[in-house]
Ligand binder design. Structure first.
Ligand SMILES: C[S@@+](CC[C@H](N)C(=O)[O-])C[C@H]1O[C@@H](n2cnc3c(N)ncnc32)[C@H](O)[C@@H]1O
Length: 220
């Protein structure tokens, strides 16, 4: 059960195998395809200290991220050499610098007015960080807080959950469609087997690992 304490402990113990050393290759390739307006806001749920945050900001977009771990948020700004302004609010501790706003707090405390300007959601290792039991709430909350015209770039993993417990959890295409097709046209951009890039998981018994990239466009 990957609850909040699980994630806080992982940051505390520096067990952050999910953190990518570089910009995510799908983000780098796909973000330009959205043709966002300069200054548009990109939302990163469960953002960690991903290098993607800074890269998106450097493309000329505003970034809003939510992350439960203060260690992660403070590490992000420190590693980027950015001196963030910090403001405490009732729900979040809010860090701001260089067009980047990171809210330290719980995703489930976000409200629609926090994301009123969101043009694009970039969901990498966020949906798949949620357990099967948490995911219905995650989908429902996401649909509640996003503006109707927000688009999404979503990356999921598909594997036999009997071979590995997770996180990350397997989220199959059918589940994405069951939960998002009511609001979005869903385009499966690519699916590849990336097991060769995850030697550690192969060693614990994983035989195949599908990585799937979706583009979600709100229905007109
Ligand atoms: C698998 S990591 C992915 C981080 C980031 N998206 C990346 O690509 O590196 C999931 C992150 O979500 C955070 N997290 C988990 N549950 C959360 C919640 N309910 N609200 C905010 N952050 C949460 C964890 O602390 C962790 O940093």
């Amino acid at each position: 059960m990957a609850d909040l304490q699980h994630w806080l402990d992982r940051w505390q113990q520096d067990r952050i195998g999910f953190h990518e050393a570089d910009i995510n290759r799908h983000l780098r390739r796909r973000l330009p395809e959205y043709g966002l307006s300069p200054g548009a806001t990109v939302f990163l749920p469960l953002c960690g200290k991903a290098h993607d945050i800074g890269w998106i900001a450097r493309q000329g977009y505003r970034v809003v991220g939510i992350e439960i771990s203060r260690i992660a948020v403070e590490a992000f700004f420190a590693e980027q050499g950015l001196d963030a302004e910090v403001v405490e609010s009732e729900r979040f501790r809010c860090y701001r610098a260089a067009g980047i706003t990171l809210l330290q707090g719980d995703f489930f405390d976000l409200r629609a007015d926090d994301l009123a300007d969101c043009a694009l959601v970039y969901d990498r290792a966020a949906l798949i960080a949620m357990t099967r039991a948490q995911r219905p709430d995650y989908f429902a909350h996401m649909l509640t807080i996003l503006p109707a015209d927000a688009r999404m770039l979503l990356i999921t993993l598909e594997y036999d959950q009997a071979e590995m417990t997770g996180p990350p959890y397997a989220v199959w295409e059918e589940e994405v469609r069951d939960n998002y097709a009511g609001r979005y046209d869903i385009d499966l951009l690519e699916r590849g087997d990336i097991i060769d890039e995850r030697e550690r998981w192969r060693k614990v018994g994983l035989t195949a690992l599908g990585e799937v990239v979706f583009r979600l466009e709100p229905r007109a």
